[in-house]
Write a protein that binds this ligand. Structure first.
Ligand code: ADP
Length: 249
């Protein structure tokens, strides 16, 4: 009985997944095909401004598809038992600096403030995955807040628990309390007029939480109408970890 239910649940989850992915693929594809058709059939009747507008939509929708496919590949790799994690003891500061710089290039009017505590502990993580976590959180903080607002990244140490805390804080649209628990689920987006205007597929935080937990860390979120704060917490690397590279499946 239990076995059957589990199998049925898995099958249902699989069907739901296919249906959501198909929907996510169909929306941008329909829009690309529509605007390409219009350009092909009515090119001469369109003003140069209209042509440019339609081409920009095609480009934007293609980017949406690329993001979706990249996220799906990440999810599929994460779920495969064989994903290799290359652990290294690292100083988080240069990786955070690099992630902030990468996001900053896309959001020219936001301000980015980084505060790094003194003598921060090193952490044992897979560097690429750690950077992906930071990129997702800093990108969301920028994406869900207005131009000219500030995104603050703080690195601090909790001496009692011997952990490194990475906080990413924005002054954006915030997340209602009743939505907080489900934003880490696969394909979960907050349904509000404000979020609908912002592009996304609801996979970023699922990927982020899965990667953080896979590396032994923890992620929390607090939010109000004034903005949100995500915190990622990792245990400090031990002296035995130092200098050792570990590969784990
Ligand atoms: P998306 O691709 O939609 O951004 P995520 O998984 O990264 O997907 O985030 C899930 C949802 O959580 C988003 O759709 C948004 O509603 C909400 N969210 C995430 N980060 C923030 C933030 N910093 N401020 C406000 N809402 C956020």
């Amino acid at each position: 009985m239990f076995m059957t239910e589990t199998k049925e649940n898995l099958e249902q989850a699989h069907l739901d997944f296919i249906s959501t992915v198909s929907h996510e693929l169909r929306t941008p594809l329909t829009s690309i095909r529509g605007f390409a058709d219009t350009l092909l059939t009515s090119y001469d009747r369109l003003t140069p401004e209209q042509r440019e507008k339609f081409l920009l939509i095609i480009k934007e929708q293609s980017n949406r598809l690329i993001n979706l496919v990249e996220n799906l590949l990440t999810v599929s790799k994460m779920q495969s038992e064989k994903e290799l994690m290359v652990y290294k003891t690292i100083d988080a500061v240069p990786i955070v600096d690099c992630a902030v710089q990468m996001v900053k290039n896309q959001y020219k009017t936001h301000k980015y403030v980084c505060n790094y505590g003194k003598n921060l502990p090193k952490i044992l993580v897979d560097t690429d995955k750690f950077q992906q976590i930071l990129l997702n959180l800093i990108d969301n903080a920028s994406k869900y807040s207005d131009e000219n607002t500030t995104v603050t990244v703080d690195l601090s140490q909790n001496y009692n628990e011997n952990t490194l805390i990475i906080s990413v804080k924005d002054e954006g649209i915030g997340i209602k309390q009743e939505d907080l628990s489900r934003i880490f689920n696969k394909f979960s987006r907050v349904d509000s007029p404000l979020t609908r205007k912002i592009q996304g597929n609801g996979l970023g935080l699922y990927i982020t939480k899965t990667l953080v937990e896979k590396m032994g860390g923890n992620i929390t979120v607090e939010s109000s109408s004034k903005g949100s704060e995500f915190k990622v917490i990792f245990k400090a690397a031990t002296p035995e970890d130092n200098g050792k590279n570990k590969i784990k499946e």
